[in-house]
Design a binder for this molecule. Sequence first.
Ligand code: PRX
Length: 654
Amino acid sequence: MSIESVLQENRLFAPSAEFAAGARVKSLAEYQAMCQHAEADYEGFWANLAREHLTWHKPFTQVLDQSNPPFYKWFADGELNVSYNCLDRHLPDLAHKIAVIFESDNGTVTKVTYAELHRLVCQFANGLKSLGVTKGDRVVVYMPMSIEAVVAMQACARIGAIHSVVFGGFSAKSLQERIIDAGAKIVITANGGVRGGKIVPLKATTDEALALGGCECVERVIVYKRVVHEDAPWTIGRDMWWHDLVKGKPETCEPTWVNAEDPLFILYTSGSTGKPKGVQHSSAGYLLGAVNTMLLTFDYRPDDVFWCTADVGWITGHSYVAYAPLAVGATQVIFEGIPTYPDAGRFWQMIERHRVTTFYTAPTAIRSLIKLGSDLPKQYNLSSLRLLGSVGEPINPEAWMWYHEVVGGGRCPIVDTWWQTETGSHMITPLPAAIATKPGSCTLPIPGIMVDIIDEAGEPVEKGKGGFLVIKKPFPSQVRTLWKDPERFKKSYFPEEYGGKYYLAGDSAHKDADGYIWIMGRIDDVLNVSGHRLGTMEIESALVGNSKVAEAAVVGRPDPIKGEAVVAFVVLKGARPAGDEAKALVAELRDWVAKEIGAIAKPDDIRFGDNLPKTRSGKIMRRLLRTIAKGEQITQDISTLENPAILQQLQEAV
Ligand code: PRX
């Protein structure tokens, strides 16, 4: 989003008095008072919240430990259990409250209460224990959206095992890399996932991943039977059915009390280099961020029906499916399928069916649903909705207005939540009854989150000027380190170039005259495709891994639905192909990338050239490639370009 387009956006939507009346934070003045409290007594502010929102086995006496920056610790001498906080503590009152309403791809609905979920988690935790899984062991979860995926995560938390969830759309190779990096003892999968009427062969892909080699750490593969027929061969001694594992296991399981700083999970995400980063989160600080924002951003009320559409394979599905809704005792919807099956009315139909009050999804889903059926929401009764949320990428004002008017009936505030895998929970977002919204701005930080926008010298920039988004003080739900790579952690988030003081988010942003924050995009080589984070280098390494490819450069191109599309410029080892031969090779390379990384990383456009535009020192001139990808005329200075003739070749689409 350019600064110019942003400056034209001056519509302001104030929360209604009716909404504010029942809200937790009712006014801007209340919000400001919270921010001032955090400013005046930062540690006291967070310590109060940690006491109020979490149940401790052993209370903490230390708050923030900054003795070894940037490896900060929070509540470090306290002990608790995350699964206890999500389940057991609700049982006296909420045993019979519905915890999860699960809707399968074909529309079958299964509901579980808090007491039932507790039993499922305990039995599965006992199953894991019987296989020798203990505190600190890593467990990879490669599951479809299901109650069982949440049970698997919660069961790990219950026994102090560290889960590493791998999104079901990732390839065997991506799964294998994550299994090896984490040194996983167990892989939990399903014999299939069902999405849009099609079966996703998760067990077969797991077998393939393990057959790629290097996964000797894996002792067992636990398979949840989701589809009736068994579609993958069985490795005796290694593979085990979920239902056999839990059979006869005790229905209670004493939680393993862990230290506040013990890792709860690792989640891999893309960075500037080819290798994904294993973002490591703590137990207490992470959970505090999740609970605090569930209450503040979503203004959680006990009779809410909360629905976050994110897959548990992403951070949004961790924080706002597997943890936060349970930690506050909410009723939530979990959906197995896709928004367009059997038709583009599915989301709206489900909101009507389950009387959803709070709906949280990504701009890319909103944009594709506008395109497929702008009038469809009107066919459903969406009057249960009271709050809408957006996450993962900038929401363009047009999509925001449609979401507001057509889905929210003009009455539901929209919380545009800016955050990241690394921040664990929302950082910048309107509190819905306190902050008037502007379409396209994530507005102001959560109280206690100290955000600023700085220039290259580390100085705050003036209002209206773009700069680097930073978080100036350590906060509880912050990434603790990168799994087995503390040096990369320091370099990625606390780089020396910026003084090493602040958490560098990797986004550029600016503040408007009201101090509202507008996210402008990534400053590194990370693309945001349909709300998914992809490293250009990751895709480039996948492409050059193909025996026909000599060199590749990947850039993003603005896309009206996906936010960004992937464009790859490829130099082959052989001659540059033309016509049908080129088309066949494009198809082959797209499939290759899907196999190497996953279908989400498939280039939308592949161009072949005899070379890439380079400076005399051999550096690829990516800004020229970005212009070509957009189909625009090159107006930049190309005097440093060694091979100007290449530009025309690359402008020719296949
Ligand atoms: O560029 C920002 C964008 O998504 C990045 C984080 O991606 P990931 O770790 O996959 O987490 C996505 C879900 C939290 C950010 O660096 N981003 C996320 N939310 C927004 C956003 N950009 C603009 N507005 C948002 N609300």
